[in-house]
Design a protein around this ligand. Structure first.
Ligand SMILES: [Zn+2]
Length: 254
């Protein structure tokens, strides 16, 4: 599942390649044919990400994309390979082609709808969100901190990898009620997420163990049953907020 840093990287790449020029827009699959016809040949002014949402501005028409669980964007230099039959959207300009497959959302919206989507999202660490907004949102939640970090109204863009890693790095048990976190713990979570999502956006992958080899880059994510990299205790995994979380019983005491 793409986390916010991946979405911001896509937005930046697509803005650099396609913005400021007319773009050919088609729907090889056909499911976005009407929308594609309205955008085809128009100038793409700007691409912006907020949380896991992408907004492509063509004047008052905005293409809204959310990749969801299985959606992917592929970017090619021309000549690009032919799009697969499942390609919902193809954009071409400036010697490049982007193909979108399997998105949860691919549709046209107006600026008012974009405002509603934005108003419904919590602070995005990669788009000017603030620690104060994050602290206020957490303070309203009695749910476990591990579930609150997946709530896009609390913080936009965090997914299953960053929530597990940030809770570990800050020594917070995932089941701890969000509103009972101390100011120092909230500050640690925000700073950790800001630093690592920024690094992920630059490097294109998720890294929390500094200078680690590829197979040793995460502390806890998907490491249930293995030894903690810090203390050697056996990491535990359970379901929280509908997804599997892993934590260290010693480094993250209840
Ligand atoms: Zn440990």
């Amino acid at each position: 599942v793409p986390e916010g840093h991946t979405i911001h990287r896509i937005a930046r790449q697509h803005h650099d390649v396609f913005a400021g020029r007319p773009v050919r827009v088609t729907s090889p699959q056909g499911r976005f044919a009407d929308g594609a016809a309205l955008l085809d040949g128009r100038v793409l002014e700007e691409v912006e990400a907020l949380g896991k949402h992408l907004f492509y501005r063509f004047g008052h028409r905005i293409l809204h994309v959310h990749l969801g669980l299985v959606g992917t964007f592929q970017l090619f230099h021309e000549p690009a390979p032919p799009p697969s039959a499942g390609t919902r959207l193809a954009m071409r300009a400036n010697g490049a082609a982007a193909y979108l497959s399997g998105p949860m959302v691919c549709g046209l919206i107006d600026p008012g709808t974009e405002d509603e989507i934005r108003a419904d999202l919590g602070p995005d660490p990669l788009a000017g969100g603030t620690r104060e907004e994050f602290a206020a949102a957490l303070g309203r939640k009695s749910m476990p901190a591990g579930a609150a970090l997946l709530d896009q109204k609390v913080i936009a863009g965090v997914g299953n990898v960053y929530r597990a890693e940030a809770l570990f790095l800050c020594g917070i048990h995932p089941n701890r009620p969000a509103r009972t976190l101390t100011d120092a713990q909230v500050a640690c979570l925000w700073q950790t997420i800001v630093a690592h999502m920024g690094e992920g956006a630059r490097r294109g992958r998720i890294v929390t163990v500094e200078d680690a080899a590829d197979d040793e880059r995460l502390y806890v994510y998907r490491r249930g049953g293995l030894a903690c990299r810090r203390c050697g205790a056996e990491l535990r995994a359970w379901t929280l907020g509908g997804r599997t979380i892993t934590a260290c019983p010693d480094c993250q005491p209840a």
